[in-house]
Design a protein around this ligand. Structure first.
Ligand code: NAD
Ligand code: UD1
Length: 341
């Protein structure tokens, strides 16, 4: 089976490419490198010892996307390509709707024209908004998103579900990720945010490597045991394996289905911070800051459905996640670059 991976040069995409190649899938990657580096593609080849084609294509460019489908003739698509910075999406809503929704509509048309009807889509726990229940199961109603990024996930889920409803050839799996962190054990691929990291673990990792002074902890007055927010962190390699299990499932199902991918266990900001200190063997600086707009106090999933239907269970705990993040960051202080950009 051949898989076309959009956004395959990115953080989660590159780890999923490794997992797919190691499981014997053929792959091809489509990415415009707008938030990634071509070195990630080379490193995936280095880790797996396998070769594959790479198309430097923006999925909003229908003609170029069609070309990739014509040449590659894939059987299924895993769709990671999208812009993902929450704050930026508030400032540039049109760019986010254009890229994420426009790009996905193009992809759907291109797939249909080339007889490809299997798609796995990267959604997010953000679609639950302020969740109506904790732990969050897939039956929890989708909520109100606090930013355009979240709405693009919400709307793409709806577009893909409606597409599968209208034409029974389509098989759609929506994967709602909780908080992916960690890196491949080789330390060759990992998360490489541009500019100041928005997310917790990349920020701590840059403090640990000396690129930033101190972590700002956003709020210590939440109704949680230590006052800081609780999230469901999942090792990116566990997440990658979840995609392969979803592919195994797609051949057996009809219509559309949705799965949470998380560990089902919550950790507070301070618990993650201390786990990272343990992993890097250093005492790191932090300071309490005001709450960040749009943050919810507690978010973790009920992982039962993914376990029952996909046979998915996470293997790596928070210590291993932090150890692997540190291994990547310490071996690549500036990510895929040689110096601060
Ligand atoms: P990433 O930015 O590292 O990867 C996304 C990739 O898509 C990048 O390589 C980027 O260059 C590419 N891309 C963006 N727009 C494109 C376009 N128009 N055409 C072609 N390529 C394009 O992000 P990631 O963390 O690997 O996330 C992958 C997916 O998972 C995204 O859709 C993201 O929204 C979703 N997701 C991520 C998280 C997270 O915490 N990282 C959580 C939930 C959902
Ligand atoms: C965020 C996004 C979510 C997106 C996900 C992946 C928001 C509100 N949510 O999730 O939509 O899908 O990233 O890109 O932005 N924290 C600090 N200091 C920091 C960074 C984070 O204290 O410098 C705290 C946050 O307040 C939060 C926790 O750490 O409580 C995790 O934050 P983050 O890694 O940004 O993930 P989410 O907010 O869960």
């Amino acid at each position: 089976m051949k898989i076309l991976v959009t956004g395959g040069a990115g953080y989660i995409g590159s780890h999923t490419c490794v997992e797919l190649l190691e499981r014997g899938y053929e792959i091809t990657v489509v990415d415009d490198l707008s938030n990634s580096n071509k070195k990630a593609i080379e490193r995936v080849k280095q880790i797996t010892g396998k070769d594959f084609t790479f198309h430097e294509v923006n999925i909003c460019d229908k003609a170029k996307l069609d070309e990739a489908f014509e040449v590659e003739k894939p059987d299924a698509v895993i769709h990671f390509a999208g812009l993902k910075a929450v704050g930026e999406s508030v400032e540039k809503p049109v760019e986010y709707y254009d890229n994420n929704i426009g790009g996905t509509l193009n992809l759907i048309r291109s797939m249909r024209e080339h007889g490809v009807f299997n798609i796995i889509f990267s959604s997010s726990a953000t679609v639950y908004g302020d969740p109506a229940e904790i732990p969050i199961s897939e039956n929890c109603p989708k909520g109100m998103c606090t930013n355009p990024y979240g709405w693009t996930k919400w709307m793409i889920e709806q577009i893909l579900t409606d597409t599968a409803k209208a034409d029974e050839r389509w098989k759609v799996i929506l994967l709602r990720y909780f908080n992916p962190i960690g890196a491949h054990e080789s330390g060759l691929i990992g998360e490489d945010p541009k500019g100041i990291p928005n997310n917790l673990v990349p920020y701590i990792a840059q403090v640990a490597v000396g690129r930033r002074e101190a972590l700002g902890v956003f709020g210590n007055d939440y109704d949680t045991p230590d006052g800081t927010c609780i999230r469901d962190y999942i090792h990116v390699c566990d997440l990658a394996r979840g995609h392969v299990l979803a592919l195994d499932h797609i051949n057996k199902m009809t219509g559309s289905d949705v799965f949470n991918l998380g560990s089902g266990r919550g950790y507070s900001v301070m618990e993650v911070f201390h786990a990272f200190e343990k992993a890097c063997g250093k005492t790191l600086k932090f300071e309490y800051k005001p709450r960040r707009a749009g943050d919810i106090p507690v978010c973790y999933c009920d992982p039962a459905k993914a376990k029952k239907v996909l046979g998915f269970e996470t293997q790596f705990d928070i210590n291993r996640m932090c150890a692997d993040s540190w291994n990547w960051q310490s071996k690549n202080p500036y990510g895929y670059n040689e110096c601060e950009q």
